[in-house]
Design a binder for this molecule. Structure first.
Ligand SMILES: [Zn+2]
Length: 525
Protein backbone atom coordinates (compact mmCIF):
# COMPACT_ATOMS: atom_id res chain seq x y z
CA UNK A 1 0.00 0.00 0.00
CA UNK A 2 1.35 3.44 -0.97
CA UNK A 3 0.48 6.80 0.55
CA UNK A 4 1.14 10.05 -1.35
CA UNK A 5 0.93 13.42 0.37
CA UNK A 6 -0.36 16.04 -2.07
CA UNK A 7 -1.52 19.01 -0.02
CA UNK A 8 -1.60 20.33 3.52
CA UNK A 9 2.03 19.25 3.82
CA UNK A 10 4.21 21.84 5.54
CA UNK A 11 1.24 24.19 5.20
CA UNK A 12 -2.22 24.48 6.69
CA UNK A 13 -4.60 24.51 3.71
CA UNK A 14 -5.24 22.28 0.69
CA UNK A 15 -5.35 18.95 2.59
CA UNK A 16 -5.20 15.99 0.20
CA UNK A 17 -3.52 12.57 0.40
CA UNK A 18 -3.89 9.39 -1.66
CA UNK A 19 -3.83 5.74 -0.70
CA UNK A 20 -2.93 3.40 -3.57
CA UNK A 21 -3.40 -0.38 -3.49
CA UNK A 22 -3.15 -2.87 -6.34
CA UNK A 23 -6.74 -2.20 -7.37
CA UNK A 24 -7.76 1.12 -5.92
CA UNK A 25 -6.90 4.75 -5.40
CA UNK A 26 -8.61 6.37 -2.44
CA UNK A 27 -8.33 10.11 -1.84
CA UNK A 28 -8.28 11.42 1.73
CA UNK A 29 -9.83 14.92 1.59
CA UNK A 30 -9.69 17.27 -1.37
CA UNK A 31 -9.20 20.69 0.16
CA UNK A 32 -8.86 24.14 -1.26
CA UNK A 33 -5.61 26.06 -0.84
CA UNK A 34 -6.53 29.33 0.86
CA UNK A 35 -4.62 32.59 1.07
CA UNK A 36 -3.67 35.31 -1.36
CA UNK A 37 -5.00 34.69 -4.87
CA UNK A 38 -1.60 34.95 -6.55
CA UNK A 39 -0.21 32.22 -4.27
CA UNK A 40 -3.11 29.79 -4.55
CA UNK A 41 -4.91 30.17 -7.92
CA UNK A 42 -2.60 27.85 -9.87
CA UNK A 43 -2.29 25.34 -7.01
CA UNK A 44 -6.06 25.03 -6.86
CA UNK A 45 -6.63 24.80 -10.60
CA UNK A 46 -4.15 22.01 -11.32
CA UNK A 47 -4.91 18.60 -9.81
CA UNK A 48 -1.80 16.38 -9.66
CA UNK A 49 -3.73 13.40 -11.14
CA UNK A 50 -6.65 12.66 -13.43
CA UNK A 51 -9.73 12.34 -11.14
CA UNK A 52 -10.99 9.44 -13.29
CA UNK A 53 -8.34 7.18 -11.75
CA UNK A 54 -9.87 7.55 -8.26
CA UNK A 55 -12.08 4.83 -6.79
CA UNK A 56 -13.58 6.86 -3.94
CA UNK A 57 -12.96 9.83 -1.63
CA UNK A 58 -12.93 9.88 2.17
CA UNK A 59 -13.83 13.32 3.55
CA UNK A 60 -12.76 13.97 7.17
CA UNK A 61 -14.89 17.10 7.68
CA UNK A 62 -16.65 19.92 5.87
CA UNK A 63 -14.16 22.79 6.29
CA UNK A 64 -13.28 24.15 2.86
CA UNK A 65 -9.53 23.57 3.28
CA UNK A 66 -10.49 19.85 3.35
CA UNK A 67 -13.54 19.71 1.06
CA UNK A 68 -13.27 22.75 -1.21
CA UNK A 69 -11.88 21.05 -4.32
CA UNK A 70 -14.39 18.17 -4.37
CA UNK A 71 -16.58 19.99 -6.93
CA UNK A 72 -13.49 20.33 -9.13
CA UNK A 73 -13.05 16.53 -9.03
CA UNK A 74 -16.62 16.05 -10.16
CA UNK A 75 -16.24 18.73 -12.84
CA UNK A 76 -13.28 16.73 -14.13
CA UNK A 77 -15.25 13.48 -14.40
CA UNK A 78 -14.66 11.76 -11.06
CA UNK A 79 -17.36 9.08 -10.85
CA UNK A 80 -16.82 7.46 -7.42
CA UNK A 81 -18.49 8.05 -4.05
CA UNK A 82 -17.56 10.58 -1.39
CA UNK A 83 -17.75 8.99 2.05
CA UNK A 84 -18.21 11.26 5.07
CA UNK A 85 -20.26 11.30 8.24
CA UNK A 86 -23.89 12.30 7.82
CA UNK A 87 -23.33 15.63 9.59
CA UNK A 88 -20.42 16.46 7.25
CA UNK A 89 -22.67 15.71 4.30
CA UNK A 90 -25.32 18.00 5.82
CA UNK A 91 -22.80 20.82 6.28
CA UNK A 92 -21.42 20.41 2.74
CA UNK A 93 -24.93 20.92 1.34
CA UNK A 94 -24.46 24.59 2.21
CA UNK A 95 -20.68 25.05 2.31
CA UNK A 96 -19.86 23.71 -1.17
CA UNK A 97 -22.44 25.85 -3.04
CA UNK A 98 -21.27 28.80 -0.94
CA UNK A 99 -17.67 28.10 -1.96
CA UNK A 100 -18.78 27.89 -5.62
CA UNK A 101 -20.52 31.23 -5.26
CA UNK A 102 -17.31 32.78 -3.91
CA UNK A 103 -15.35 31.31 -6.86
CA UNK A 104 -17.88 32.71 -9.31
CA UNK A 105 -17.89 36.18 -7.73
CA UNK A 106 -14.12 36.13 -7.77
CA UNK A 107 -14.02 35.41 -11.51
CA UNK A 108 -16.65 38.11 -12.15
CA UNK A 109 -14.54 40.62 -10.26
CA UNK A 110 -11.38 39.73 -12.21
CA UNK A 111 -13.26 40.14 -15.49
CA UNK A 112 -14.64 43.47 -14.30
CA UNK A 113 -11.17 44.67 -13.40
CA UNK A 114 -9.73 43.64 -16.78
CA UNK A 115 -12.45 45.45 -18.73
CA UNK A 116 -12.30 48.51 -16.50
CA UNK A 117 -8.57 48.87 -16.90
CA UNK A 118 -8.81 48.45 -20.68
CA UNK A 119 -11.52 51.11 -20.90
CA UNK A 120 -9.49 53.41 -18.65
CA UNK A 121 -6.51 53.04 -20.98
CA UNK A 122 -8.69 53.88 -23.97
CA UNK A 123 -10.22 56.92 -22.31
CA UNK A 124 -6.75 58.21 -21.48
CA UNK A 125 -5.71 57.77 -25.08
CA UNK A 126 -3.43 54.78 -24.48
CA UNK A 127 -5.64 52.54 -26.62
CA UNK A 128 -5.72 52.09 -30.36
CA UNK A 129 -6.14 55.14 -32.56
CA UNK A 130 -9.70 56.04 -33.35
CA UNK A 131 -11.52 54.51 -30.39
CA UNK A 132 -13.83 56.99 -28.73
CA UNK A 133 -12.19 58.32 -25.56
CA UNK A 134 -15.36 59.81 -24.22
CA UNK A 135 -17.37 56.66 -24.96
CA UNK A 136 -14.87 54.58 -23.03
CA UNK A 137 -15.06 56.85 -19.99
CA UNK A 138 -18.85 56.55 -20.06
CA UNK A 139 -18.74 52.80 -20.57
CA UNK A 140 -16.82 52.24 -17.31
CA UNK A 141 -19.87 53.42 -15.41
CA UNK A 142 -22.05 50.82 -17.12
CA UNK A 143 -19.97 47.93 -15.83
CA UNK A 144 -21.77 48.13 -12.51
CA UNK A 145 -25.49 47.63 -12.14
CA UNK A 146 -25.64 48.87 -8.54
CA UNK A 147 -23.32 50.11 -5.83
CA UNK A 148 -22.05 46.61 -5.09
CA UNK A 149 -23.22 44.57 -8.05
CA UNK A 150 -21.59 44.02 -11.42
CA UNK A 151 -23.29 44.13 -14.79
CA UNK A 152 -22.22 40.72 -16.05
CA UNK A 153 -23.72 41.18 -19.51
CA UNK A 154 -21.94 44.45 -20.20
CA UNK A 155 -18.63 43.02 -18.95
CA UNK A 156 -19.08 39.91 -21.11
CA UNK A 157 -19.80 42.10 -24.12
CA UNK A 158 -16.47 43.94 -23.76
CA UNK A 159 -14.56 40.73 -23.17
CA UNK A 160 -15.87 39.42 -26.47
CA UNK A 161 -15.44 42.71 -28.32
CA UNK A 162 -11.79 43.12 -27.32
CA UNK A 163 -11.02 39.35 -27.22
CA UNK A 164 -9.82 39.60 -23.61
CA UNK A 165 -8.96 36.43 -21.77
CA UNK A 166 -11.94 35.53 -19.58
CA UNK A 167 -11.25 34.58 -15.95
CA UNK A 168 -13.08 31.33 -15.19
CA UNK A 169 -14.31 30.26 -11.77
CA UNK A 170 -12.61 27.17 -10.38
CA UNK A 171 -16.02 25.49 -10.49
CA UNK A 172 -19.65 26.50 -10.68
CA UNK A 173 -22.63 26.20 -8.36
CA UNK A 174 -23.86 23.41 -10.68
CA UNK A 175 -20.58 21.51 -10.18
CA UNK A 176 -20.99 21.84 -6.40
CA UNK A 177 -24.56 20.56 -6.55
CA UNK A 178 -23.51 17.65 -8.77
CA UNK A 179 -20.79 16.75 -6.25
CA UNK A 180 -23.35 16.61 -3.45
CA UNK A 181 -25.12 13.83 -5.37
CA UNK A 182 -22.03 11.62 -4.90
CA UNK A 183 -21.96 11.90 -1.09
CA UNK A 184 -22.59 8.90 1.12
CA UNK A 185 -23.27 9.78 4.77
CA UNK A 186 -21.99 7.08 7.14
CA UNK A 187 -22.55 6.93 10.92
CA UNK A 188 -19.48 6.75 13.20
CA UNK A 189 -18.27 3.29 14.33
CA UNK A 190 -19.62 1.65 11.17
CA UNK A 191 -17.27 -0.19 8.86
CA UNK A 192 -17.95 0.45 5.16
CA UNK A 193 -16.34 -0.99 2.04
CA UNK A 194 -14.47 1.65 0.06
CA UNK A 195 -12.48 -0.51 -2.38
CA UNK A 196 -11.47 -4.12 -3.04
CA UNK A 197 -10.55 -5.64 0.36
CA UNK A 198 -10.61 -2.11 1.76
CA UNK A 199 -12.77 -0.62 4.50
CA UNK A 200 -13.14 2.64 6.40
CA UNK A 201 -14.53 3.32 9.88
CA UNK A 202 -15.19 6.84 11.18
CA UNK A 203 -14.65 7.91 14.81
CA UNK A 204 -15.42 11.29 16.42
CA UNK A 205 -12.64 13.87 15.97
CA UNK A 206 -14.28 16.58 18.12
CA UNK A 207 -13.08 19.40 15.84
CA UNK A 208 -16.27 20.61 14.16
CA UNK A 209 -19.76 19.23 13.54
CA UNK A 210 -19.34 15.92 11.69
CA UNK A 211 -15.53 15.80 11.87
CA UNK A 212 -14.11 12.30 11.86
CA UNK A 213 -10.95 10.31 12.42
CA UNK A 214 -10.81 7.66 9.66
CA UNK A 215 -9.39 4.18 10.10
CA UNK A 216 -8.71 2.66 6.68
CA UNK A 217 -7.83 -1.03 6.45
CA UNK A 218 -6.57 -2.99 3.46
CA UNK A 219 -6.32 -6.78 3.46
CA UNK A 220 -3.57 -8.14 1.19
CA UNK A 221 -3.52 -11.93 1.51
CA UNK A 222 -3.20 -12.70 5.21
CA UNK A 223 -1.71 -9.29 6.08
CA UNK A 224 -3.82 -6.25 7.03
CA UNK A 225 -2.49 -2.70 6.58
CA UNK A 226 -4.05 0.08 8.64
CA UNK A 227 -3.89 3.85 8.10
CA UNK A 228 -5.37 6.26 10.64
CA UNK A 229 -6.12 9.71 9.25
CA UNK A 230 -6.89 12.13 12.08
CA UNK A 231 -8.24 14.91 9.84
CA UNK A 232 -8.35 17.96 12.10
CA UNK A 233 -8.35 17.04 15.78
CA UNK A 234 -10.56 18.85 18.25
CA UNK A 235 -10.15 19.64 21.92
CA UNK A 236 -11.37 17.90 25.03
CA UNK A 237 -14.16 19.31 27.23
CA UNK A 238 -15.51 21.82 24.75
CA UNK A 239 -19.21 22.68 24.51
CA UNK A 240 -21.52 20.77 22.13
CA UNK A 241 -19.36 18.09 20.46
CA UNK A 242 -18.12 14.80 21.83
CA UNK A 243 -14.40 14.66 22.68
CA UNK A 244 -11.95 13.13 20.18
CA UNK A 245 -12.37 9.34 20.25
CA UNK A 246 -9.79 7.36 22.19
CA UNK A 247 -11.51 4.00 22.37
CA UNK A 248 -11.10 2.24 19.03
CA UNK A 249 -12.48 -1.17 18.06
CA UNK A 250 -10.02 -3.96 18.63
CA UNK A 251 -9.60 -4.69 14.92
CA UNK A 252 -8.70 -1.02 14.27
CA UNK A 253 -5.98 -0.57 16.87
CA UNK A 254 -2.80 -1.67 15.09
CA UNK A 255 -1.99 1.40 13.05
CA UNK A 256 0.86 1.11 10.53
CA UNK A 257 0.69 4.79 9.60
CA UNK A 258 -1.06 7.67 11.31
CA UNK A 259 -1.47 10.85 9.24
CA UNK A 260 -1.79 13.49 11.93
CA UNK A 261 -2.50 17.22 11.89
CA UNK A 262 -0.23 19.74 13.63
CA UNK A 263 -1.88 23.18 13.29
CA UNK A 264 -0.93 24.03 16.87
CA UNK A 265 1.88 21.48 17.09
CA UNK A 266 4.18 23.92 18.88
CA UNK A 267 1.67 25.91 20.92
CA UNK A 268 -0.61 25.83 23.96
CA UNK A 269 -4.09 27.36 23.99
CA UNK A 270 -5.93 29.33 26.60
CA UNK A 271 -8.00 26.84 28.61
CA UNK A 272 -11.60 26.08 27.70
CA UNK A 273 -12.72 26.14 31.34
CA UNK A 274 -12.78 29.94 31.83
CA UNK A 275 -14.59 30.57 28.53
CA UNK A 276 -18.02 30.96 30.18
CA UNK A 277 -16.79 33.35 32.87
CA UNK A 278 -14.87 35.52 30.45
CA UNK A 279 -17.77 35.78 28.01
CA UNK A 280 -20.16 36.49 30.88
CA UNK A 281 -17.92 39.29 32.20
CA UNK A 282 -17.48 40.92 28.81
CA UNK A 283 -21.20 40.85 28.08
CA UNK A 284 -22.06 42.31 31.50
CA UNK A 285 -19.43 45.06 31.24
CA UNK A 286 -20.88 46.13 27.89
CA UNK A 287 -24.55 45.97 28.86
CA UNK A 288 -23.89 47.89 32.11
CA UNK A 289 -22.81 50.78 29.90
CA UNK A 290 -25.77 50.37 27.57
CA UNK A 291 -23.52 49.17 24.74
CA UNK A 292 -23.82 46.51 22.07
CA UNK A 293 -21.57 43.49 21.48
CA UNK A 294 -20.49 42.82 17.89
CA UNK A 295 -18.95 39.40 17.23
CA UNK A 296 -17.32 38.64 13.87
CA UNK A 297 -17.64 34.89 13.53
CA UNK A 298 -17.17 32.03 11.14
CA UNK A 299 -20.60 30.87 9.98
CA UNK A 300 -19.89 27.20 10.64
CA UNK A 301 -18.98 26.14 14.16
CA UNK A 302 -18.03 29.31 15.98
CA UNK A 303 -21.45 30.96 15.51
CA UNK A 304 -23.22 27.91 16.95
CA UNK A 305 -20.79 27.62 19.88
CA UNK A 306 -21.50 31.25 20.74
CA UNK A 307 -25.26 30.65 20.62
CA UNK A 308 -24.83 27.62 22.84
CA UNK A 309 -22.78 29.40 25.50
CA UNK A 310 -24.98 32.53 25.45
CA UNK A 311 -28.07 30.30 25.75
CA UNK A 312 -26.59 28.66 28.83
CA UNK A 313 -25.64 32.02 30.39
CA UNK A 314 -29.21 33.22 29.78
CA UNK A 315 -30.69 30.08 31.35
CA UNK A 316 -28.54 30.53 34.45
CA UNK A 317 -29.53 34.21 34.64
CA UNK A 318 -25.89 35.31 34.59
CA UNK A 319 -26.33 37.98 31.92
CA UNK A 320 -29.32 40.13 30.94
CA UNK A 321 -31.45 38.45 28.28
CA UNK A 322 -30.82 40.93 25.45
CA UNK A 323 -31.78 40.12 21.86
CA UNK A 324 -29.20 38.02 19.98
CA UNK A 325 -29.06 38.57 16.21
CA UNK A 326 -27.44 36.09 13.83
CA UNK A 327 -26.87 38.26 10.77
CA UNK A 328 -25.38 35.88 8.22
CA UNK A 329 -27.53 33.74 5.94
CA UNK A 330 -24.87 31.02 5.90
CA UNK A 331 -24.61 30.98 9.71
CA UNK A 332 -28.40 30.65 9.91
CA UNK A 333 -28.34 27.66 7.54
CA UNK A 334 -25.45 26.07 9.43
CA UNK A 335 -27.34 26.50 12.72
CA UNK A 336 -30.15 24.46 11.18
CA UNK A 337 -27.65 21.73 10.24
CA UNK A 338 -26.29 21.70 13.82
CA UNK A 339 -29.83 21.26 15.12
CA UNK A 340 -30.36 18.26 12.83
CA UNK A 341 -27.43 16.25 14.18
CA UNK A 342 -27.89 15.54 17.89
CA UNK A 343 -25.93 12.29 17.37
CA UNK A 344 -22.77 14.45 17.46
CA UNK A 345 -23.53 16.14 20.82
CA UNK A 346 -21.77 15.29 24.05
CA UNK A 347 -23.48 14.13 27.23
CA UNK A 348 -23.69 17.65 28.78
CA UNK A 349 -25.49 19.00 25.73
CA UNK A 350 -28.02 16.18 25.96
CA UNK A 351 -28.48 16.78 29.68
CA UNK A 352 -28.68 20.57 29.61
CA UNK A 353 -30.79 20.98 26.51
CA UNK A 354 -32.27 17.93 24.80
CA UNK A 355 -33.55 16.23 27.96
CA UNK A 356 -35.40 19.43 28.88
CA UNK A 357 -36.83 19.71 25.38
CA UNK A 358 -34.67 22.64 24.30
CA UNK A 359 -32.77 23.26 21.07
CA UNK A 360 -29.30 24.47 22.19
CA UNK A 361 -29.03 27.02 19.39
CA UNK A 362 -32.54 28.36 19.00
CA UNK A 363 -34.16 30.16 21.94
CA UNK A 364 -36.66 32.97 22.40
CA UNK A 365 -34.08 35.77 22.24
CA UNK A 366 -32.39 34.63 19.01
CA UNK A 367 -33.33 36.28 15.73
CA UNK A 368 -32.02 35.04 12.42
CA UNK A 369 -31.77 38.09 10.18
CA UNK A 370 -32.43 37.18 6.58
CA UNK A 371 -33.13 40.22 4.40
CA UNK A 372 -30.69 43.06 3.77
CA UNK A 373 -33.40 45.53 4.87
CA UNK A 374 -33.69 43.84 8.26
CA UNK A 375 -29.92 43.88 8.54
CA UNK A 376 -29.78 47.62 7.76
CA UNK A 377 -32.47 48.31 10.36
CA UNK A 378 -30.45 46.45 12.96
CA UNK A 379 -27.45 48.78 12.48
CA UNK A 380 -29.54 51.63 13.87
CA UNK A 381 -30.91 49.68 16.85
CA UNK A 382 -30.10 51.66 20.01
CA UNK A 383 -30.94 49.12 22.72
CA UNK A 384 -28.16 46.77 23.92
CA UNK A 385 -27.95 43.54 21.94
CA UNK A 386 -25.54 40.95 20.58
CA UNK A 387 -24.79 40.62 16.85
CA UNK A 388 -23.06 37.53 15.47
CA UNK A 389 -22.12 38.15 11.85
CA UNK A 390 -19.71 36.98 9.13
CA UNK A 391 -17.19 36.92 7.57
CA UNK A 392 -15.08 35.71 10.45
CA UNK A 393 -12.03 37.80 9.56
CA UNK A 394 -14.10 40.90 8.64
CA UNK A 395 -13.05 40.76 4.99
CA UNK A 396 -16.49 40.79 3.37
CA UNK A 397 -20.15 40.45 4.27
CA UNK A 398 -22.62 42.06 6.64
CA UNK A 399 -20.18 42.28 9.55
CA UNK A 400 -18.59 45.28 7.79
CA UNK A 401 -21.77 47.31 8.18
CA UNK A 402 -22.15 46.43 11.84
CA UNK A 403 -18.57 47.49 12.47
CA UNK A 404 -19.10 50.69 10.50
CA UNK A 405 -21.98 51.64 12.79
CA UNK A 406 -20.46 50.49 16.09
CA UNK A 407 -16.68 51.07 16.20
CA UNK A 408 -16.81 54.77 17.12
CA UNK A 409 -18.71 54.22 20.40
CA UNK A 410 -16.60 53.37 23.48
CA UNK A 411 -19.63 51.70 25.12
CA UNK A 412 -19.66 48.97 22.46
CA UNK A 413 -17.48 45.87 22.45
CA UNK A 414 -16.02 44.03 19.49
CA UNK A 415 -15.43 40.49 20.59
CA UNK A 416 -12.75 38.58 18.70
CA UNK A 417 -13.38 34.84 19.03
CA UNK A 418 -11.50 33.40 16.05
CA UNK A 419 -8.20 33.41 14.23
CA UNK A 420 -7.46 36.63 12.35
CA UNK A 421 -4.99 36.10 9.50
CA UNK A 422 -2.39 38.71 8.64
CA UNK A 423 -3.49 41.50 6.25
CA UNK A 424 -7.19 41.15 7.20
CA UNK A 425 -9.39 43.90 8.65
CA UNK A 426 -10.05 41.60 11.61
CA UNK A 427 -6.33 41.47 12.43
CA UNK A 428 -6.09 45.27 12.15
CA UNK A 429 -9.01 45.79 14.52
CA UNK A 430 -7.55 43.28 16.96
CA UNK A 431 -4.04 44.75 17.00
CA UNK A 432 -4.92 48.46 16.94
CA UNK A 433 -7.90 48.04 19.27
CA UNK A 434 -5.94 46.14 21.89
CA UNK A 435 -3.01 48.59 21.74
CA UNK A 436 -5.42 51.47 22.30
CA UNK A 437 -7.07 49.69 25.22
CA UNK A 438 -3.70 48.90 26.79
CA UNK A 439 -2.83 52.60 26.58
CA UNK A 440 -5.93 53.26 28.72
CA UNK A 441 -7.76 54.62 25.64
CA UNK A 442 -5.81 57.87 25.95
CA UNK A 443 -5.05 60.20 23.07
CA UNK A 444 -6.30 59.95 19.53
CA UNK A 445 -8.05 56.65 18.77
CA UNK A 446 -6.63 54.58 15.89
CA UNK A 447 -8.42 54.99 12.56
CA UNK A 448 -9.59 51.98 10.58
CA UNK A 449 -10.83 51.84 7.02
CA UNK A 450 -14.14 50.04 6.44
CA UNK A 451 -15.66 49.94 2.95
CA UNK A 452 -13.46 52.78 1.79
CA UNK A 453 -14.09 55.17 4.72
CA UNK A 454 -12.05 55.92 7.86
CA UNK A 455 -13.62 55.43 11.31
CA UNK A 456 -12.16 56.04 14.81
CA UNK A 457 -11.84 52.75 16.69
CA UNK A 458 -13.10 53.69 20.17
CA UNK A 459 -15.09 50.53 20.94
CA UNK A 460 -13.48 48.06 23.34
CA UNK A 461 -11.74 45.25 21.49
CA UNK A 462 -11.55 42.01 23.46
CA UNK A 463 -10.15 38.65 22.43
CA UNK A 464 -11.52 35.38 23.86
CA UNK A 465 -9.02 32.64 23.05
CA UNK A 466 -10.80 29.59 24.47
CA UNK A 467 -12.86 28.92 21.35
CA UNK A 468 -10.16 27.37 19.11
CA UNK A 469 -11.34 24.19 17.35
CA UNK A 470 -7.88 22.58 17.07
CA UNK A 471 -6.14 20.56 19.72
CA UNK A 472 -2.87 22.17 20.88
CA UNK A 473 0.33 20.22 21.48
CA UNK A 474 -0.70 19.05 24.94
CA UNK A 475 -4.15 17.97 23.76
CA UNK A 476 -2.72 16.08 20.77
CA UNK A 477 -0.41 14.19 23.14
CA UNK A 478 -3.37 13.54 25.42
CA UNK A 479 -5.24 12.07 22.45
CA UNK A 480 -2.31 9.87 21.39
CA UNK A 481 -1.29 8.64 24.81
CA UNK A 482 -4.82 8.17 26.09
CA UNK A 483 -6.02 6.23 23.06
CA UNK A 484 -5.82 2.46 22.77
CA UNK A 485 -4.11 2.71 19.36
CA UNK A 486 -0.74 1.10 18.78
CA UNK A 487 0.91 3.47 16.28
CA UNK A 488 4.03 2.40 14.34
CA UNK A 489 4.71 5.58 12.40
CA UNK A 490 3.31 9.11 12.21
CA UNK A 491 3.29 11.43 9.19
CA UNK A 492 2.86 14.97 10.50
CA UNK A 493 0.79 17.18 8.17
CA UNK A 494 -1.56 20.21 8.26
CA UNK A 495 0.64 22.77 9.97
CA UNK A 496 2.99 25.62 9.07
CA UNK A 497 6.36 24.03 8.38
CA UNK A 498 7.84 25.13 11.72
CA UNK A 499 4.85 23.83 13.63
CA UNK A 500 4.94 20.43 11.90
CA UNK A 501 8.70 20.03 12.33
CA UNK A 502 8.68 20.87 16.00
CA UNK A 503 5.68 18.62 16.64
CA UNK A 504 7.47 15.75 14.86
CA UNK A 505 10.55 16.41 17.06
CA UNK A 506 8.38 16.34 20.13
CA UNK A 507 6.77 13.05 19.05
CA UNK A 508 10.18 11.49 18.42
CA UNK A 509 11.35 12.57 21.88
CA UNK A 510 8.25 10.96 23.34
CA UNK A 511 9.11 7.60 21.77
CA UNK A 512 6.99 7.78 18.63
CA UNK A 513 8.44 7.49 15.14
CA UNK A 514 7.41 10.66 13.29
CA UNK A 515 8.36 12.47 10.08
CA UNK A 516 7.14 15.46 8.07
CA UNK A 517 6.49 14.60 4.42
CA UNK A 518 7.08 17.00 1.53
CA UNK A 519 4.34 17.79 -1.01
CA UNK A 520 4.24 15.03 -3.64
CA UNK A 521 6.20 12.55 -1.52
CA UNK A 522 5.11 8.88 -1.60
CA UNK A 523 5.84 6.30 1.09
CA UNK A 524 5.24 2.58 1.25
CA UNK A 525 3.22 1.27 4.19
ZN1 LIG B 1 -10.97 21.95 10.05
Amino acid sequence: MLVTFYGGTREVTGSMHMITTQQDRILLDCGLFQGRRKDTAEKNRILPFDPRILTNVILSHAHIDHSGRIPLLVKKNFTGRIFSTRATHGACEYLLPDSAHIQESDADYLNYKAVRSLLADISQGKGEEGTGKRDAAKAVKLLKSGKNSLNREAIDGYIRKYSLERAQSLYSTEDAKAALGSFEGIPCNNEVTIGKDMTCTFYEAGHILGSAISIIKYRDGDRTFTVCYTGDLGRFDKPILKDPAQDFNEADRNVDLMIMESTYGNRTHEGTEDLYQRLRDELNTTFDKGGTVVIPSFAFGRAQELLYVIHELFMKGEVPRVPVYVDSPLASSMTKVFGEHPETYDRETHKTFLETGRNPFIFDKVHFVSSVDESMKLMREEKPHIVISASGMCEVGRILHHLRYRVHNPNNTILIVGYMAEHTLGRKILTLGQEYMESGQKGEPPMIKILGKEYPLKARVVRLGGFSAHADQKEMMRFLKGSNLDVKKIAVVHGEEQSSLSFADHLNQQGFQAFVPHAGETIRV
